[in-house]
Design a protein around this ligand. Structure first.
Ligand code: HEM
Ligand code: HEM
Length: 345
């Protein structure tokens, strides 16, 4: 009986608290000052989009022969059937090596102002050349990549129709161009976009209260714009340093890019689109629970102990950023020929 009473009392307190936070009448206008809904067609800078390039980029994204072992494709670590990531703390790559950082989702990455946790690549095209050559990821060389795709007549045809103005289109540069164009199609409109676009019923009262809190508490001072992040750089631990397991000492973030001491432990603010389906969290991938990640942000970035109810509402709002993922048909890839370089271990 006592247990029942306590449960009812807790429920009542929660219900009262739920009702107590009113939803600001001009919530959409306030939100539109900070966020933007997804545009209909994403822009990949300096890289005109064509259907042929997108189709080639899709094949390349799924092709494990882009890696020297023939085992890893982009999709191995950015699985489009899950959240565009690999659901691991840090990725496994060439020779079963463990990388240092958590793999971010590729969904909506076209809207990030720079790529990688430390922003070291200026756009998707510059980014794509990284993993292909990274020793712990695909461990390939530009020469071998070119040799591989030149050895398969179907790829030769696809590269020519994607880059009709070029006499010798099979280059690492064009692999990156096509991959970037394909990634530009990986956008996921979410209920929050429908809300920003004028549909009041797209998100419920708890999500709206969470959105109001997200703005009032100051989360949106860093997680803003079309991707709710992906733009600025901030120290992880602006107010209070996270624990050493969440912020390992050996990864100094942006310092490795700029060599400026103030950039130690500075990271690019990640996008929060689809964050509910891309655990684990942070560049270290050490936090598996979104509620815990939000609480950590409260203490480390805002110097605030968020209440359980506040965390619940913010998390409810973050769920409204889970978008509709594109239907993807697995591509049928060209077959190797006797001249295709053999996989390396
Ligand atoms: C980062 C795409 C292959 C693991 C990224 C990002 C993109 C991307 C767009 C940046 C996202 C952001 O900053 O929000 C690709 C493409 C690939 C590929 C197109 C194929 C050419 C791989 C593979 C692995 C991997 C095979 C795992 C072995 C990672 C990791 C990061 C990352 C760990 C974060 C690294 C850091 O910030 O330092 N990838 N990726 N990727 N990817 Fe990939
Ligand atoms: C990371 C939410 C406030 C900067 C994250 C992540 C979440 C989140 C869920 C993990 C994303 C992922 O791993 O994919 C929030 C919420 C906030 C808040 C709910 C308010 C309570 C802020 C503020 C700043 C900021 C005010 C800037 C001062 C960052 C940075 C990271 C991050 C730099 C990456 C940390 C790393 O892994 O190195 N945020 N955030 N956040 N946020 Fe926030």
């Amino acid at each position: 009986m006592k247990i029942l009473f306590t449960a009812v009392a807790v429920a009542l307190v929660a219900a009262t608290a739920f009702a107590a936070q009113s939803i600001p009448p001009n919530l959409r206008e306030t939100a539109l000052a900070t966020f933007k809904p997804l545009p209909f067609t994403p822009a990949v800078t300096n890289n005109p989009i064509t259907p042929e390039k997108i189709a080639l980029g899709k094949a390349l994204f799924f092709d494990p022969r882009l890696s020297s072992s023939g085992v890893f494709s982009c999709n191995s670590c950015h699985n489009l059937a899950t959240g565009g990531d690999d659901n691991r703390e840090t990725s496994i790559g060439h020779g079963w090596q463990k990388g240092q950082r958590n793999a971010p989702t590729v969904f909506n990455s076209v809207f990030n102002k720079s790529q990688f946790w430390d922003g070291r690549a200026e756009d998707l095209k510059a980014q794509a050349k990284g993993p292909i050559q990274a020793g712990v990821e695909m461990a390939n060389t530009p020469h071998r990549v070119v040799e591989t795709f030149k050895s398969m007549p179907q790829y030769v045809e696809w590269f020519h129709s994607a880059f009709p103005e070029e006499a010798d289109p099979i280059t690492l540069e064009n692999v990156a161009n096509a991959l970037a164009d394909y990634e530009g199609t990986l956008v996921t409109p979410a209920p929050f976009d429908a809300f920003l676009n004028g549909d009041d019923t797209a998100i419920g009262p708890e999500e709206k209260q969470g959105l109001a809190l997200f703005i009032e508490k100051g989360c949106s001072s860093c997680h803003s714009g079309v991707n709710l992040g992906g733009e600025g750089y901030y120290p992880f631990g602006l107010v209070e340093k996270p624990t050493a397991d969440v912020l390992p000492e050996n990864d100094k973030g942006r310092f490795a890019v700029t060599n400026v001491p103030e950039d130690s432990y500075v990271f690019r603010v990640p996008s929060l689109r689809n964050v509910a389906i891309t655990a684990p969290y942070f560049h270290s991938g050490k936090v598996w629970d979104l509620r815990e990640a939000v609480a950590i942000m409260g203490t480390t970035q805002l110097g605030q102990e968020l209440t359980q109810i506040e965390i619940d509402r913010i998390v409810a709002y973050l769920h409204s950023l889970t978008g509709k993922r594109p239907e993807i048909t697995y591509p049928i890839l060209p077959t190797e020929t006797p001249t295709t370089p053999r996989p390396r271990s």
